[in-house]
Design a protein around this ligand. Sequence first.
Ligand SMILES: [Zn+2]
Length: 117
Amino acid sequence: MLQCHAKNCNSNNYPLQLSKVEVVNQETEFNPMFLRNMLPKLEWNALVKTAFQINVTLPNALPESSTDELDEEFLKTLHRVLLETHIQQGQMTCPNCNHVYHIKDGIPNMLLDETEA
Ligand SMILES: [Zn+2]
């Protein structure tokens, strides 16, 4: 999950707020095991917010991995968000300092201007 890199911007600096995004979908093979293994490493709250910005709704709380709640439908949504959705163009704004990062050709430019670094 991307966070702000601006100097002295150390709190409330992720997730960056997406805007003007252009999203492409690339189908990849659905791999439930891979997703289950990935779950503990995710910043769930940040992911929910980011997904919402690209019109995907995820549950507010991460379902317990030991229960059946972690059903296939949930994993498929996660698969779509994490592995199939690519942001081609857009902007990301820091919720704390309002610094704007640009995404071009699928690559976020996290560099800061010299005056800001
Ligand atoms: Zn910031």
